[in-house]
Write a protein that binds this ligand. Sequence first.
Ligand code: NAX
Length: 325
Amino acid sequence: SDQSLRVLITGAAGQIAYSLVPIVARGDVFGREQPVTIVLLDIPPMAEVLNGVVMEIVDCAFPLVTDIVATTNEAEAFTDIDYAFLVGSMPRKQGMERKDLLAANVKIFKSQGKALADHAKPNCRVLVVGNPANTNALICSKFAAPKIPPQNITAMTRLDQNRAIAQVALKAQCPAREVKNVIIWGNHSSTQFPDISNATCCGKKLPFTGHDETFISTIQKRGAAVIAARKLSSAMSAAKAAADHMHDWHHGTSDMVSMGVYSDGTHYGAPKDVVFSFPVTICPKTKEYKIVDGLSLDDFAKEKLVVTGKELEEERSEALAATEL
Ligand code: NAX
């Protein structure tokens, strides 16, 4: 169908993609009436696994899936796409330094940024999930520009937001849907600042607002806790969060949601030219997000934003060196 949206998922043979594909294919992201063409990209050693994933998607007989394209060729994968979930990245290998991992991954996003510029639709919207997500998104945007504006390339902090909402809901003994205005600031890393000082539950201020280091570190370390228990990193919850992020970007939302977005240096003292997680709202008509301004930050919060901003600047200089920018 002509109106089918072309949706790319990279890392398609991996575990997050395995949970994400059915959410997209059922219509939970782009709508129950919206046909989709699912485009899957992974690397050549994963071609056989990828083929198995395609067999399963076929076997689901999803009514909304117009076509399935599976490839290990970047140019083919990025051609004419409307939306991209960039999930694929290199996992940390034994003995690998954090720095080496960053260098390896930003090179993937340099190449995919170029592929976006060369092949994607100019109004394509991109969510980077693969870590280091914020810095990968920054590098991707530099190589996708000027054809794709940096505003169209975002990084995922929605899993952190959902984790924070869930913890608040547990503590307040209310349903998660009643918890609003939880904010994730900064980097998707252990320096992120999950901020509940503006949060509400059932329209009322929380009974336990204020900054709580135990809560903050629970959110910061939740990913590690899942790995320790499951022996695998978060996948179901990561896929759900990626779907939430794209759903809200596509449909708009008046709720405050957190997204890693290109920072122009004019909001909350966050550094310029990094991808920083801010609270945003999204206009349902234009599908453009707007950073929520005017929230007050106390000294504790300001200090947290400085720390996570500095980390993003450090990652940026390593990434620029690794991609020869
Ligand atoms: P998996 O290792 O299961 O899958 C990753 C897949 O990506 C593999 O099949 C691999 O072959 C593929 N891949 C590698 N290089 C590629 C390339 N250049 N092009 C296309 N595909 C490529 O990892 P999974 O558990 O699915 O996690 C994927 C990424 O998400 C990781 O980087 C992970 O750190 C990150 N996460 C980010 C989160 C966030 O909140 N932003 C949370 C969840 C997750 O940890």
